[in-house]
Design a binder for this molecule. Structure first.
Ligand SMILES: [Zn+2]
Length: 81
C-alpha cells in the first residue's frame, strides 16, 4: 500500500500538525480534506523518496539537480562538465 504525504492547503491544525502521512489503497479517491480536522489538504510529492534499486546518478541527473559537475584532470585541476 503506498504511503502518501499530505499537508494543509492553509491554516494550522492541532490534530494533524498540518502535515501527515497516510496509507491509502490506490483505488481509493484522492484525499481532499484532513480526516481529523476536515480542512482542505493537498498531496505532497515526496522529495526524499529513494528507490531501493536506483540507477547510478549520471552527470546529466546531477546537473538537473543543480550540481556543477567537475571532471578531475589532474592534481588540483578540474574541468567544468
Ligand atoms: Zn488536520
Amino acid at each position: 500500500m503506498p504511503l502518501y504525504e499530505y499537508e494543509l492547503c492553509e491554516g494550522q491544525c492541532k490534530l494533524c500538525s498540518g502535515k501527515f502521512t497516510l496509507n491509502r489503497p490506490i483505488n481509493r479517491a484522492e484525499l481532499t480534506a484532513c480526516p481529523l480536522c476536515r480542512k482542505p489538504v493537498r498531496k505532497i510529492i515526496s522529495q526524499v523518496y529513494t528507490p531501493l534499486h536506483s540507477k547510478p546518478v549520471s552527470i546529466s541527473d546531477a546537473k538537473k539537480a543543480g550540481f556543477t559537475v567537475l571532471k578531475r584532470l589532474g592534481k588540483g585541476e578540474y574541468e567544468r562538465q
